[in-house]
Design a protein around this ligand. Structure first.
Ligand code: ATP
Ligand code: MG
Length: 391
């Protein structure tokens, strides 16, 4: 049973004058994440946030809350904790109670946020550690490699004693660095790319291009499910579903087969840029990884990216597939990503696509197309939906 959770931030603390802004956002994001967990009282401090619960949390609820908090970027680590009043007798009593069932070795570390507290951290560690030892014959002290660390944090309004510290997701609070448009394909890479930018504080607007009716409705459903999985990390996501079949048909009918994938991608980025402007987003994100497929040679990446004015972010460009798979497993998108789906970009694609398309070649091919008209048409028929991880 714990009556509070203490959350620590690390990187936010580096943000100097902006720190209050980052911490306020973090608090808002924590509150939104915990709306379904009933009442709590939340206090922000320099470098930490304390959430108090009345009544105490039972184990199952505590576990669920910790799991939820592990999706909130900006949290470096968190602890289920027990609060008592900031006087030595109360601290000793609480520490003895919490360690009553422990065996093996332990160390007690003490931090004082309240410098007016009449005992030094060392003194508290010595006295409280001594009380724990005296009360539990199954415990020994080991300062270097203890089985268990007991964390004591003394503040003005209360002292927090925790037996464990769990890693948070790290990063910066969602929204703290702005917005990006993230292209989600239904594969393994794009959700990981979006996640990485989100972890750096950017809210991601998701965009998927689909070739319905050439591909089944299931591909779209799959992308919705992927969006829902990564929505956990930002909540209240938006997903744009853009019809792409007409553009593909035009490209197929009027241009050289070898350039198709590059041309598809250039249209995707142009449309994504229009949506980014609408949304006030300052960059486009894709899951490209250098050399992974034919469309991802340096030449093709250049030719595709050259249609944009906004920056194009490819956070996975230097990452091996194996590392991307690991990351996808960690954020739980992998299982969904590997379900079979029809990829719109494999439609009408020749066996030997151009590996070194130049911007000039692509532009020349595009003179045969009504680029503006096709984009306008696609934008007129897009669908936008709200994604909610909780539903
Ligand atoms: P992924 O696993 O993300 O599909 P990939 O290695 O299969 O990536 P490509 O299919 O060439 O690579 O796609 C490269 C990137 O282009 C994707 O990561 C994604 O960001 C974007 N993309 C590709 N197809 C689509 C699509 N239909 N809708 C939205 N974005 C797409
Ligand atoms: Mg793909």
């Amino acid at each position: 049973m714990a009556n509070a959770i203490i959350i620590h931030t690390d990187e936010i603390a580096l943000k100097g004058g902006n720190r209050a802004f980052f911490e306020r956002l973090l608090v808002e994001n924590i509150k939104s994440r915990l709306v379904n967990f009933g009442d709590f009282d939340l206090k922000r401090r320099k470098g930490s946030v304390v959430i108090r619960f009345q009544p105490e949390l039972d184990q199952s609820k505590a576990g669920k809350i910790v799991t939820a908090l592990k999706t909130v970027f900006g949290i470096a680590h968190l602890s289920l904790t027990h609060e008592c009043s900031s006087n030595l007798t109360a601290i000793k009593e609480m520490a003895v109670k919490l360690t009553a069932d422990l065996t093996g070795t332990f160390r007690l570390t003490c931090k004082r946020g309240e410098k007016r507290f009449p005992h030094s951290s060392m003194e508290v560690a010595r006295q409280v550690g001594g009380a724990v030892l005296a009360a539990n014959r199954n415990l020994k002290v080991d300062l270097h490699q203890p089985d268990q660390t007991v964390f004591v944090e003394i503040n003005v309004d209360g002292t927090f004693i925790s037996l464990a510290r769990e890693p948070g997701p790290g990063g910066l609070p969602i929204g703290s660095t702005g917005k990006v448009v993230a292209l989600l394909s239904g594969g393994i890479d794009s959700p990981v790319a979006a996640y990485q930018m989100m972890r750096r504080g950017a809210r991601a607007i998701f965009v998927h291009f689909h070739s319905y009716p050439y591909v089944g409705q299931e591909s779209i459903e799959k992308v919705k499910r992927l969006a829902k999985i990564i929505d956990q990390y930002q909540l209240q996501s938006k997903l744009y579903l853009v019809p792409f079949a007409d553009i593909q048909r035009e490209i197929t009918a009027k241009t050289d087969g070898a350039l198709r994938v590059v041309l598809y991608r250039r249209f995707m980025l142009r449309i994504a840029e229009v949506l980014a402007k609408r949304e006030g987003a300052l960059g486009i994100v894709t899951g490209d990884s250098l050399g992974q497929v034919a469309s991802q040679t340096l030449e093709n990446l250049y030719t595709v990216g050259s249609v944009l004015n906004l920056p194009l972010y490819r956070p996975l460009v230097g990452t091996d597939k194996r590392e991307i798979v690991k990351a996808a497993q960690k954020i739980s998108s992998y299982e969904t990503s590997i379900e079979p789906h029809d990829d719109c970009c494999t439609l009408f694609v020749p066996d030997h696509p151009e590996l070194r398309a130049t911007p000039e070649q692509a532009s020349a091919a595009e003179t045969k197309l009504d680029v503006t008209g096709l984009i306008t048409e696609a934008l007129q028929h897009l669908e936008v939906m709200k994604i909610n991880a909780e539903s």
